[in-house]
Design a protein around this ligand. Structure first.
Ligand code: WT7
Length: 655
């Protein structure tokens, strides 16, 4: 495991350095969590701890039972009922916060809007009424494929208002990827937009949506928000413009009270096979978990301006742009575009413009900013910042220190938060008012969370050692299953270590009990923090007529963490000229989306296999990373590796 070895070296270096960052005293004084007892309290009375958090929500029918845990199936607050959109909107308006800004929205071309909680509530109600008019009933699934515009959270909240589970598909996914998700979820309505802006160009969402709907049979109506105003293909009778249909609705909609365990949404994520998994999240536990973690970890106060710079298409956006922050009545920033449009200081301009106080983003973005240089943030007054967060992949100590110093001016704690699509909420994280930080460590499990590091046999590894990360107790925002695939749910997460959740990450604990995440231990890559399965990219490559076989691995990359490296053997007659490698890249983009475009494609006459015919990825990983090869004795044909090595100089890089 090459990546682990070299990260291990970086960690060793850090131990030597022993730099730690206790909470700044002024920060600690007013922090939401100031008392370490919170850990003991939650450990001793898990249900009491979460019941207290749940008490901050507004219930239609209060729960009497906190948890029923019949591993691997959890139910939280089972006999309670509530409505998620009411908790995110109505109760704040009723409490006199109607004129408080819910989102400062910033469009890529420079247009902007401030949307208050009252406005968001009214548009949500109109959208919910429109969905009903389109035939959506409680329990029906709605697919959402949109750019980062205010209609996106509105659509999610509208679905929640009427009890229709939604599935958001990231706007960068291809028509084919969207079609697969529509088919699996059997969505009745698709909500999209004419297009969105990215790097100054229009992303043709409506066109992709049409192609996807043509490849599926469940969608009856397509609701189209207007963003770019460009001409789009139109199917009369099926397609409806948002401004026309939503615009004419009443601004009130009686919320549907749903059971705590009613499905709130499905979110598809990559596993180790070619088929993405539909992760099921339900209502009450999810909202309790995201709201509590948001408030404690980001230390949210009434006057904070909080910016999570993720896309809502990923779980980070669901939990920490939409549900957690809105449940807490937080003012958020939402930005449509890329960090370098029109210039490399766009983010810092936004921080200055809105006086952002809490910023949450991904290590890959931080490393990109490091590369661009400190002159871009230096142009702006960023003294409003008081807390920084990181998520999505391990943050290397160098990037952590740069973020802390150059963005945070040395005064803002950095919370490195570990979690996954499946966990729904942050699970391993500092609490900024009490945790002494170590750059590169996500520190400790959140109160009430049980995390352990185990060896192959599931035995807890003593402090100082490394192994597999597992979760030992249920938590309220945990996934409730994989949609329509219970077997895969059990097999993927619960069969490797009996009764414990297997995360798929390697981790190490130091002598002080700090957790250091070390990357995935399965066939899942992390490219710019996005989760992509090697098998998914392989199967899209082999669907190209020139390709006989493909093996894909993640190669270490200084900016994106990992980059996609594809070994490809061609069918007879094809020699893999320059034209073919770019054709294959675009082929993968068409099948999955641009996030899966291979950076390097290497044509090789053969792939290294075991005698039983299994491709030896470990060897390929070593070759791609330029590492000494490990054990090659199980190879069927030892000369293959030398052939590939010799050819590896010719690997064609995209960038
Ligand atoms: C995988 C989950 C959680 C929102 C975004 C990613 C990696 C996530 C960290 C972190 C080290 C991290 C893990 C995990 N990961 N956060 N702070 N330190 N690794 O969600 O796409 O479901 O990916 O992201 O490898 O398994 P996701």
């Amino acid at each position: 495991m090459t990546s682990e070895t070299s990260r291990g070296t970086a960690l060793e270096a850090l131990y030597e350095e022993r730099r730690t960052f206790p909470p700044p005293p002024e920060f600690a004084k007013t922090a939401n969590v100031r008392d370490r007892q919170v850990y003991d309290r939650a450990a001793q009375d898990l249900e009491g701890f979460w019941a207290e958090q749940a008490g901050t929500l507004e219930w239609v029918k209060p729960f009497t039972k906190v948890l029923s845990w019949n591993a691997p199936y959890a139910k939280w607050f089972e006999d309670g009922t509530l409505n998620v959109s009411v908790n995110c909107l109505d109760r704040h308006v009723r409490a006199g916060r109607g004129n408080k800004v819910a989102y400062y929205w910033e469009g890529e071309p420079g247009d902007s809007r401030a949307i208050t909680f009252r406005e968001l509530l009214e548009e949500t109600a109109r959208c919910a009424n429109a969905l009903k008019e389109l035939g959506v009933r409680k329990g029906d699934r709605v697919a959402i494929y949109m750019p980062m515009i205010p209609e996106l959270p509105t659509a999610m909240l509208a679905c929640a208002r009427i009890g229709a589970p939604f599935t958001v598909v990231f706007g960068g996914f291809s028509a084919e990827a969207l079609a697969g998700r529509i088919r699996d979820s059997e969505a009745k309505v698709l909500i999209t937009a004419d297009g969105g802006y990215r790097k100054g160009n229009i992303v043709p969402l409506k066109k992709n949506a049409d192609d996807a709907v043509a490849q599926s049979s469940s969608v009856e109506k397509v609701l189209v928000a207007r963003r770019t105003g460009h001409e789009v293909p139109w199917t009369a009778g099926r397609d409806v413009w948002w401004p026309e249909l939503v615009g004419k609705q009443k601004a009130e909609c009686v919320p549907e009270a749903v059971d705590a365990e009613h499905m709130l949404y499905l979110l598809y994520t990559s596993g180790t096979t070619a088929k993405p998994k539909g992760i099921v999240h339900t209502s009450a536990g999810y909202l309790v978990g995201t709201a509590a973690t948001h408030k404690m970890i980001f230390d949210i106060k009434e006057d904070d301006v909080y910016w999570c710079a993720a896309d809502i298409g990923w779980v980070t956006g669901h939990s920490y742009i939409v549900f957690g922050p809105l449940a807490n009545g937080t003012t958020g920033v939402m930005y449509e575009g890329t960090p370098d449009f029109p210039d490399k200081d766009r983010w810092w301009q936004i921080v200055e413009k809105y006086k952002v106080s809490v910023l949450y983003c991904a290590p890959t973005a931080i490393r990109t900013f490091m590369k661009w240089g400190p002159e871009h943030p230096a142009k702006h007054d960023m003294r409003s910042l008081r807390l920084l967060g990181s998520v999505g992949e391990p943050i290397n100590p160098e990037a952590w220190l740069w973020y802390h110093e150059t963005i945070g001016g040395g005064r803002c704690p950095v919370v490195d938060t570990w979690w996954m699509t499946e966990t729904g909420m942050i699970l391993i994280t500092p609490l900024p008012g009490i945790t002494t930080l170590k750059p590169g460590s996500a520190t400790f499990p959140f109160p009430g969370v049980g995390a352990d590091v185990v060896d192959e046999d599931g035995r807890s590894v003593p402090l100082g050692g490394a192994g597999y990360l597992v979760l030992t107790r249920p938590w309220p925002a945990m996934l409730r299953g994989i949609y329509k695939d219970d077997k895969r749910y059990r097999d993927t997460y619960w069969s490797r270590f009996e009764g414990r959740f297997f995360a798929g990450d390697g981790a190490k604990r130091d002598e002080g009990g700090y957790f250091w995440l070390m990357g995935r231990v399965d066939d899942v890559m992390k490219v710019s923090g996005h989760r992509i399965s090697t098998t998914e990219v392989e199967s899209s490559l082999v669907s190209h007529p020139a390709v006989a076989e493909a093996a894909v691995i993640g190669r270490e990359d200084p900016i994106t963490g990992q980059a996609i490296f594809a070994f490809v053997t061609l069918r007879g007659g094809s020699d893999g000229g320059d034209g073919l490698s770019s054709e294959l890249r675009e082929h993968v983009v068409g099948k999955i989306g641009s996030i899966a475009r291979p950076k390097t494609i290497m044509f090789t006459p053969e792939l290294p296999k075991t005698r039983s015919g299994k491709i030896m990825r470990r060897l390929l990983r070593d070759i791609a990373n330029g590492q000494p090869l490990g054990d090659t004795t199980t190879l069927a044909d030892a000369t293959v590796v030398e052939t590939i090595r010799a050819a590896s100089a010719q690997g064609r890089d995209d960038a």
